[in-house]
Ligand binder design. Structure first.
Ligand code: PLP
Length: 217
């Protein structure tokens, strides 16, 4: 495990890409092994599991929520979550804003965009994303910081499909940045790439990859 982890990390560092180690279903011992190697960013997709890990593992771990999040669960993670990468509706964004205010925080959020062919992946469409951003409603929500976009490509062996989806997400990112965040250097993250497709994602401009099976197995 350590060999592979080191190999991936040095590959990413040369490109200034942040590695989020996806630790869902992994034990505290497995997480600590990476922690001892210097890893601090970890991604989880379920609130109950993340809460238990957050309460028992070192406090300087940066926890990233990467799975579908229910509005009524936001309050449990608002006091300490580092970033919520899977914001898929204006209603969820507002709930995060309210919970963050209560916790006295500003929570960095990524807007998840649906770019894959599969129906079963969450996220804004290009249209619903544009509708929310052009409404400007999020500007009053001072509990959140929109830090960029996140997306998942189709789970396929066809590299050209994956590449064109990541490419499209980068085009959307650039357009949104120009239209709504041109004066905001905080809108800078493009989270794309997993174990099977992170090299393609990096070639298409990813700033953050979420890798699980490749480093933990
Ligand atoms: C599980 C998961 C990953 C990591 O997947 P691997 O193939 O194990 O690298 C990345 N992103 C999200 C949203 C996930 O749910």
């Amino acid at each position: 495990m350590q060999g592979r982890y080191g190999e991936i990390r040095s590959l990413l560092e040369g490109h200034h890409v942040r590695l989020v180690a996806v630790s869902k279903t992994r034990s505290a011992e497995e997480i600590m092994e990476l922690y001892e190697s210097g890893q601090r960013d970890f991604g989880e997709n379920r609130v109950p599991e993340m809460r238990i890990k957050q309460a028992t593992l070192p406090p300087d771990i940066r926890w990233h929520m990467i799975g579908h999040l229910q509005k009524n669960k936001v309050k449990y993670i608002a006091p300490w979550i580092f970033m919520i990468q899977s914001v898929d509706s204006p209603e969820l964004l507002e709930s995060i804003h309210l919970a963050a205010r209560k916790a006295g925080r500003h929570i960095p959020c990524l807007l998840q965009v649906h770019i894959a062919e599969e129906e079963n992946k969450y996220g804004f469409s290009e249209e619903t994303l544009d509708t929310m951003l052009s409404s400007g409603i999020y500007k009053d929500w001072d509990g959140i910081r929109i830090a960029g976009l996140m997306g998942m490509a189709t789970n396929t062996e066809n590299t050209e499909t994956v590449r064109s989806e990541f490419h499209r997400l980068h085009v959307i990112f650039t357009a949104i940045k120009g239209r709504y965040f041109s004066g905001d250097p905080g809108f800078c993250e493009l989270s794309m790439g997993m174990s099977g497709d992170f090299r393609t994602a990096m070639e298409e401009g990813s700033t953050m990859v979420r890798i699980g099976s490749l480093i933990f197995s």
